[in-house]
Design a protein around this ligand. Structure first.
Ligand SMILES: [Cu+2]
Length: 490
């Protein structure tokens, strides 16, 4: 029997927060008129401190949405206006950002764009028309700086699914997976994978620019990085939660979100391949099979897995250390039992262009804007300072340095003179990848994209959503220390 959870939930007419089933993200359903005040919101989000039981002996205290991690899955209907009440039960102002949606600046949830804060111990009611359809998410957008109890280091993240007007529904189960680390601490070095992006050839000129910046720092060691003690999928360390239960022959649609503040994540399921059907919630022109998913901070991948290899497996991160500290979830076929198996996949490079169109090119832009990214070692009280074309973003003045004119198509060309991978994010718009590491492509629509160390990337956006628009690296340390800029519509 084909079970479509979405239609099932609609059939039974849920009126409260519904437990999502084993290993699942609970759903925040529309409130019923009966249980709400005279003028009810469609959805209510409460920001507050709470506990997450990652495993019986690993219970963390952090800031959460509705007392849980991940925050409840919010299902919107594309084009249908939604009223959302946000209550802030903490002592500090907060912001809820609707990542990947094309909505107004005042409700987008970024102070830099002019969205008001949700006051401490206060509330804010917002209304917007959710779009576009597909897998989005919501998360805090406050600056953390040196405070590891703020921003995306906390548990303030949850999935959003905007229901399309027409649902293709060619799957048997839909499973949301939110990958997230807890218990952050500053350190002097990182251990993150750096060589997983294709084509992966560093550009000499960018290496030289990076070397000059290192010289200017006069041998200063690199700034602080963040590491984590505990790792989880859907708020549970590997084997601490319920497994994902599947049947042979089923097609399972996974919606994977990397809700990390700073890390790149990977995911593999031994004996199975992922057919990638959407990136950042947008269907790809060329669905393709891959053995491993790689996701930069805030990226999403939707992929179908055909369950044709019975057994008990670990669906987990490639990093042995991170998986060993919880970054995985068990997939269990009905029938077989035993210890979950993990088999290390062969090395695999993530290439966005394989999901693109090969025979066509994107439209010509009206204007190209080049941005050179430079790292200044430990230049901000021990933290690396980031500049775009020589400017680190000022949180004091929040001056827009770039102008966009409605209707025009802009090509942004980023040149990375650092060895770090940057998950570049544009607010309130999607963009089309044009060139990745020298390789042309078309038709891949995203809102976050990883730019490799000493490499280049080009993408286009059409200025079709007037209002201040933020661009930044989604790595919390990078965005907090300069790697941000504002576009103003003229
Ligand atoms: Cu970055």
């Amino acid at each position: 029997m084909r079970i479509d959870r979405r239609h099932f939930l609609e059939m039974i007419g849920v009126t409260a927060v519904v437990a999502g089933g084993p290993g699942r993200v609970p759903v925040l359903a529309r409130e019923s008129a009966a249980s709400a005040p005279a003028d009810p919101a469609d959805y209510t989000i409460r920001i507050g401190t709470g506990l997450v039981e990652l495993a019986p002996d690993h219970i963390v205290s952090t800031t959460l949405y509705n007392g849980q991690f991940p925050g409840p899955l919010i299902r919107f209907k594309e084009g249908q206006r939604a009223v959302v009440d946000i209550y802030n039960d903490t002592d500090v102002p907060e912001l809820v950002h609707w990542h990947g949606q094309m909505i107004r600046s005042d409700v987008d949830g970024a102070a830099e764009e002019g969205s008001p804060f949700v006051p401490a111990r206060g509330m804010r009611r917002i209304a917007f028309v959710p779009k576009p359809q597909g897998f989005r998410f919501y998360h805090t957008h406050v600056r953390a700086g040196a405070d590891l109890n703020r921003g995306t280091y906390t548990g303030q993240a949850g999935p959003v699914y905007i229901e399309p007007r027409n649902d293709p529904g060619a799957y048997d189960q839909e499973v949301f997976l939110v990958m997230k680390e807890f218990e952050p601490a500053f350190s002097r070095g990182g251990d993150m994978a750096m060589d997983m992006l294709a084509p992966g050839v560093p550009i000499k000129e960018l290496e030289e620019t990076g070397a000059r910046a290192d010289e200017e720092a006069k041998g200063t060691p690199k700034g602080y990085e963040v590491g984590y003690e505990l790792f989880s999928i859907n708020g549970k360390m590997l084997a601490a939660g319920e497994p994902i239960r599947v049947k042979q022959g089923e097609r399972v649609l996974f919606h994977v979100l990397n809700a990390s503040a700073t890390e790149i994540r990977s995911l593999a399921l031994p004996g199975h391949v992922f057919r990638v059907v959407a990136l950042d919630g947008n269907p790809v022109p060329t669905p393709a099979d891959v053995p491993v998913l790689w996701l930069g901070t805030a990226e999403r991948v939707s992929a179908i897995v055909e369950m044709n290899h019975p057994g008990v497996f670990v669906l987990g991160d490639l990093s042995d250390d991170d998986r060993g500290h919880g970054m995985g979830i068990v997939v269990e076929y009905s029938g077989p039992t035993g210890k979950p198996q993990w088999i290390k996949p062969k090395p695999f490079r993530w290439d966005y262009t394989r999901f693109g169109k090969t025979a066509s090119v994107p439209a010509e832009p009206d204007q190209t804007i080049e941005m050179l990214i430079v790292k200044h070692n430990a230049a901000a009280n021990g933290f690396n300072l980031w500049t775009l074309n020589g400017e680190g973003f000022s949180m004091e003045t929040m001056t827009p340095l770039y102008k966009a004119q409605e209707g025009r198509r802009y090509r942004l060309k980023f040149r990375n003179a650092s060895d770090d991978i940057h998950p570049l994010h544009l607010h309130r718009h999607s963009f089309e990848l044009v060139r990745v590491g020298g390789k042309p492509t078309a038709g891949v629509i995203k809102d976050v994209v990883m730019l490799g160390g000493f490499q280049e990337i080009e993408f286009d956006f059409v200025a079709d959503n007037p209002g201040r628009t933020l661009f930044h690296c989604h790595q919390q340390l990078h965005m907090d220390f300069g790697f941000m800029t504002l576009f103003d519509y003229v």
